[in-house]
Design a protein. Structure first.
Length: 388
């Protein structure tokens, strides 16, 4: 019993309690991701805002991957422990994770193909000039969005990681992840989905594993005294300032960098990993300090809505971003007023997420009614992704 208590996070889906903070934090990452991608798509926000979002405070990609690992730990580690206690193994839990990975793989195939067709009129995609090569690369995951493929790959190995955590082998998991990262710094694309992609597995796995291991720390943080939590937030703030000074000392004239590290996203460097991790943790634990006031707000509810539907919102924003980018090109004279497009895009994604939730709710209620009163004419509606 003592072993189970030390391994089980504070909030478990098995207990019927949903940790809405996770939805909120994922929603914040999605909003930052939308802003960053719009800036890269040449939507104008003004020089200062663009520097703040893309250089000084960026956390979207790292935070999203970190929280994906944390989510696996918070949700599935207690389930694995509970099932293994009952039947001696956690095979049922692990099969659910693999099923989700397969579902995401199908989403990757469909979204990549659809996005290629979406861009054919602009001439920005030439993949269909060689259809057979495109299909081959698609099935081998050599084309498309490698962030989603990174998530698929990490989900595929998550059962092994959870099994090791269940047997208290977290030091082995941490050491193995660190060694893979060290090897990846010298050979970043030795294991990668898309050739020269933005998220090579050997490097970005350490962000996912860090989130997975933070499952234990989040439980300890929740149980700590208020003074202890404030000390942790203070230390993270100091670490953030040190990293900020080191990354921007030359550009902003802040003297010699305190840390002699490089801060590159592509390929991911140790300095950039530290920046992503510290910024994400400061955002998480800082907002957690005010969660009692934040959790019932309307803005918080909207951000949680995005976070609850993170997969749909992430895929949908790729298409909406293309439309907004073309609109920005045709209204270039608007200047920084194009920032309004970002607000409209985020609002649209929220509306779409709300409709998807309503559809899922209706579909689930229809399934329950069909089980209570089975009918030969009852059928399941199309998937959420197909409807979107």
């Amino acid at each position: 019993m003592r072993e189970d208590l030390t391994l089980t996070p504070k909030l478990s889906v098995d207990s019927g309690t949903r940790d809405t903070r996770l939805d909120f934090w994922r929603g914040l990452c999605l909003i930052d991701m939308v802003l960053v991608h719009l800036i890269y798509a040449n939507v104008q926000f003004g020089d200062f805002f663009e520097k703040v979002v893309t250089d000084y405070t960026r956390f979207a990609a790292g935070g999203f991957v970190f929280l994906s690992g944390l989510l696996m730990g918070v949700i599935f580690l207690p389930k694995a422990i509970s099932q293994s206690r009952k039947v001696g193994h956690a095979g049922g839990v692990y099969r659910r994770i693999w099923a989700r990975a397969f579902k995401l793989l199908i989403v990757q195939y469909l979204s990549t193909t659809a996005l290629m067709w979406f861009n054919v009129p602009t001439g920005s995609r030439v993949a269909f000039a060689h259809p057979l090569r495109f299909v081959t690369d698609l099935l081998r995951c050599r084309t498309g969005n490698d962030l989603l493929m990174l998530y698929v790959g990490m989900l595929a190995v998550t059962p092994l990681l959870l099994e090791m955590l269940r047997h208290r082998l977290w030091p082995v998991v941490a050491l193995g992840s660190a060694l893979l990262f060290a090897y990846g710094t010298r050979h970043p694309w030795r294991v990668a989905f898309v050739h020269r992609g933005e998220f090579p597995v050997l490097l970005w796995q350490v962000v996912f594993v860090s989130g997975l291991l933070f499952t234990y720390a989040l439980k300890a943080f929740d149980l700590a005294q208020k003074a202890t939590r404030l000390i942790v937030i203070g230390c993270l703030t100091i670490a953030f300032l040190i990293i900020f000074q080191s990354a921007n000392a030359v550009e902003l004239g802040l003297g010699r960098p305190w840390l002699r590290l490089t801060f590159w996203k592509i390929p991911l460097t140790f300095g950039e990993y530290l920046r992503y991790t510290v910024t994400t943790l400061l955002l998480m634990l800082g907002t957690n300090a005010f969660w009692g006031r934040l959790k019932n707000g309307r803005l918080t509810a909207f951000i949680r809505l995005l976070g609850r539907n993170s997969l749909f919102v992430y895929v949908a924003h790729l298409y909406v971003q293309e439309v907004v980018s073309r609109l920005a090109d045709r209204t270039w004279d608007f200047g920084p007023w194009q920032a309004v497009y970002a607000l409209a895009m985020i609002a649209l994604l929220g509306i779409m997420a709300y409709l998807v939730e309503r559809y899922d709710s209706w579909k689930n209620s229809s399934k329950r009614k069909s089980r209570e009163a089975p009918s030969p004419h009852t059928h399941t509606g199309p998937s959420t992704f197909a409807v979107a």
